[in-house]
Design a protein around this ligand. Structure first.
Ligand code: GCO
Ligand code: MG
Length: 404
């Protein structure tokens, strides 16, 4: 069979739920053979499109589509400086599309290319939130009725900045921003978790996402306070550049620790996994470069009994969600899958979205990634040019910027 090569690489930006998603299409020398991959870095989507169109496309058209590993390594080295979210997302779009193509060529879903299923369904967790207990409680009941048994519990998104008790005394001329009071945030979560356990008992697995909102000392205090509620995990206790502190946390608290959605470089996870300072690795597949590096990461984590909990927010395309669900099915060290739902418009633009029933996701078993992309329909939902960046400017009461 003559070599099948990359003939063209195209990018699409679509926002079916108002969130900019980036899709990459790899077309091949076989007219009807093509693949799609997710390259969604929603806060810098134009930069990702430029990286694909201006660099990866001219450099990689003509390459043999079968050689995914060689192409991935070459893409990584082709910018010399590497491991940025923008370049990794661009690479992910091509990489996932190549896995989609390989599955189509083999007549197999990606999970079968990875060794087949370890489980039939993918357990999911959802986000419960609200501006007070009543709203959070109602949200949890809603998910429980749908069959979910894993719920991330918040009251006021990250930093609890909707709690009416938040006393924020700002200085004069304080700049705009998403202000929060760390002390009140911590206390509001302790009270929230107590209410959750009292109302829902121990049959529910619950998590919380600190989202790097606390100082190192407060993180330890907070982790210890969370022990009483037996969380499934406490997420993003520290910033990616503070991995060493996880050793200190690990030695002083039994709360299960999860981190990874902000990782872009294997140096950020290598040590914390090898030393078993965490329980769950939570990278966003396209932020580390796609399926190829994620398979390596999952196998590496498995050696140290660290489980996967891939990042599954609403700023991830259904193709990206489906891509990580193939790993969820195939990897022995699957932990849990974060899931933010598929809205009707997304199901329309991305035919073949994974099905969700009773708290589990199911893949169709179609060859490749199995979730497609309707290029024509996607135009109905053009890029959102009025993105709200507000929440990214989080600040302490005195206005000090905090990395969100
Ligand atoms: C999560 C994440 C997200 C991120 C978002 C950033 O645990 O799902 O923290 O909510 O904040 O993906 O764009
Ligand atoms: Mg998070």
């Amino acid at each position: 069979m003559s070599e099948i090569v990359i003939r063209d690489v195209k990018t699409f930006v679509t926002a079916p739920r108002g969130i900019n998603l980036v899709v990459v299409k790899v077309e091949t020398s076989e007219p009807e053979l093509y693949g799609y991959g997710c390259a969604t870095f929603t806060w810098r989507h134009k930069a990702v499109v430029t990286a694909v169109e201006e660099y990866l496309k001219p450099l990689f058209v003509g390459k043999n589509v079968q050689n995914i590993q060689e192409i991935w390594q070459s893409m990584m080295g082709s910018s010399y400086w590497r491991n940025s979210a923008v370049l990794n997302n661009a690479m992910s779009g091509v990489d996932e599309a190549l896995w989609d193509i390989k599955g189509k060529l083999a007549g197999m879903p990606v999970y079968d290319l990875l060794g087949g299923k370890c489980r039939e369904g993918i357990a999911l967790y959802r986000h419960a939130d609200g501006k007070n207990w009543e709203e959070v409680r109602e949200c949890i009941y809603g998910y429980v009725e749908e069959g979910y048994r894993y719920i991330r519990c918040h009251m006021g998104l990250y930093g609890g900045n909707l709690d009416s008790r938040q006393v924020l005394v700002k200085p004069e001329n304080a700049p705009e921003g998403a202000y929060y009071n760390p002390r009140l945030y911590m206390q509001s979560v302790v009270e929230l978790m107590d209410k959750v356990r009292t109302e829902f008992g121990w049959n529910l697995e619950i998590m919380h996402d600190v989202h790097e909102r606390l100082s190192l000392a407060d993180t330890l205090t907070f982790a210890r306070e969370m022990e009483a509620f037996k969380l499934f995990f406490l997420e993003d206790c520290v910033r990616p550049d503070q991995g060493e502190y996880l050793r200190y946390l690990r030695e002083q608290t039994s709360v299960p620790l999860a981190i990874g959605e902000l990782f872009t470089n294997q140096t950020e996870w290598r040590t914390i996994i090898q030393n078993q300072w965490i329980d769950f690795i939570r990278v966003h597949l396209s932020d580390i470069g796609g399926i190829t590096p994620a398979v390596r990461l999952a196998h590496f984590a498995d050696v140290y009994q660290v489980r996967t909990a891939w990042h599954g927010p609403n700023d991830l395309s259904p193709i990206g969600m489906a891509a990580q669900m193939h790993l969820d099915l195939a990897m022995p060290n699957f932990g849990i899958q974060e899931f933010s739902g598929f809205e009707d418009a997304e199901r329309e633009v991305f035919p073949g979205c994974p099905e969700v029933r009773n708290g589990y996701a199911y893949l169709s078993g179609a060859p490749g990634i199995g979730t497609g992309f309707d290029e024509k329909l996607a135009k109905k939902y053009p890029a959102n040019e009025n993105v709200n960046f507000g929440w990214l400017f989080s600040r302490l009461p005195d206005g000090t910027p905090v990395r969100p």
